[in-house]
Design a protein around this ligand. Sequence first.
Ligand code: ATP
Ligand code: MG
Length: 407
Amino acid sequence: MTQQAVLPGTTANGQQTTLGVMGGGQLGRMFVQAAQRMGYFTAVLDPDPASPAGLVSHYHVQADYLDEQALAQMMQRCAAITTEFENVPAGAMFTLGAHRPVAPSAQCLAIAQDRIREKAHFRACGVPTAPYAVITTAEQLAAVDEALLPGILKTAQLGYDGKGQVRVADRAGLAAAWEQLRGVPCVLERRLDLHGECSVIVARGWDGAMVTFPVQRNLHVAGILAMTEVFDGILPAQLAEQARTSACAIARELEYVGVLCVEFFVVADASAPGGSALLVNEIAPRPHNSGHYTLDACDHSQFDLQVHALAGLPLPMPRQHSPAVMLNLLGDLWFARPGEPQPADEQPRTPDWESVLALPGAHLHLYGKLRASRGRKMGHLTLTGATQQQVRETAQQAARMLGIALA
Ligand code: ATP
Ligand code: MG
C-alpha cells in the first residue's frame, strides 16, 4: 500500500494540514508535540477536558470515541489519523479508515487488543511465546495442562500495567481466579523465571519500509514499567538481533503502518547459545513507555517516527547518540514513602525536582496531569551522558533522591 505524503502547511482551501490522534494521554501529548514541531496542526479526540494531549493540541474534540459527530469532526479536520490508545474501539478506527488514512489500521488494533488473537499471530510468524492455553469455557479450564501451573491468568482484553491479571498456583487457584475475572475470555500463561525483559520499537511505512530503534532493557516493578536502560551490550548481540528481526516479522505480517512496540521476555535456555532465549510477550500498537528515552538520546524520537509513518514521509533510521536510562515517575512520588510518617489526610506534594535537575544529563518530562495518584504515570526522567557507567550511576542517584523503588 502506498499513501501520498501529507505535508505540513497551508492547504488549497486555506486550512492548516492537521494530524489527528485518538486518545489524549501522555503518548498522544508527545505525538502532538512532535507533529507541531514539524509544522502540523493537531486534533485530539478524548472525552476528558483535562487530557494531557487535549491541553496542548490545536483542536480537542471532547466526546466519546464512538460519537458519530465527533468522528465526523475528526475526519473533516484531519488529513490522517493515528491512535495513542490501544483500546480505542476498533469500530471507531473502521469508520475513520473508510474516509481518511488511518495508521495503525483497525484490523491491527483488533489483533493487539486481544491476547488470544495476538498470540496466534506470533505463532503464525514463527516467533515463540510463553507456553499458554486459551480459556473461554469451563471445559477449557478443566482441560488445562498441569505444565502451565503455576501460571498467570490474563484477561484477553483490556489489560494494562498488570491489571486484569491474577497469579495462580494450582487448579483450585485457577478456577477461583477465572471466577474473580468474571469468566471473561482469558489466556493462562506459565509463570516464567525471567532473566529480564526487553522491547523493540519498529516503525513501518505505507510502502512497507521499516526502521527499528535499539533494543531496550526494561525493569518492571509490581507489573508496571519502572526503568528502561539502553546502551551497547545491553543484551548479547545475538539476542538483540533476534529481537529486532522478530519485531520486524511481526510488523510485516500484520502489514502494520506506524510505530509498534514488541515486548519480550528473556528466559534461561540451556540449549541456546549464551544460555538465554527470547519469548515474545505482547505488542503495543503505538509508541511505548519503554521508548520514551528516544526523545533525549536519539536523533529521531519514537514520536517523530510516528508522525513520519502516519504522514507517509520517509522513515529515517534513528541513531542513538547517548547511552540512556529512563525512570518512570509514578504518582507515588507525590505522597509519603513507605517508612515515612503517613499523614492522615494525604495531600500530594511536589517531588524534589530541583535536586534531580541539578544532576548532569537529567531530562524531566511531566505530562501535565492535574491530579497525582499512586500508580498513575505522571512523567518520566531520562538520564543521558557520555558513558553507560555515568548514566547508570546518575539514574541510581535520581532514584534515591525521588524514592523510586527499583526492586
Ligand atoms: P503493560 O501494559 O504495562 O505492558 P500488561 O498489563 O499488558 O502490561 P503484561 O505485559 O502481560 O501485562 O505483564 C506485565 C508484567 O508482568 C510483565 O512485563 C512481566 O514483568 C510480568 N509477567 C507477565 N507475564 C509473565 C509470565 N508469564 N511470567 C513471568 N512474569 C510475567
Ligand atoms: Mg506488557
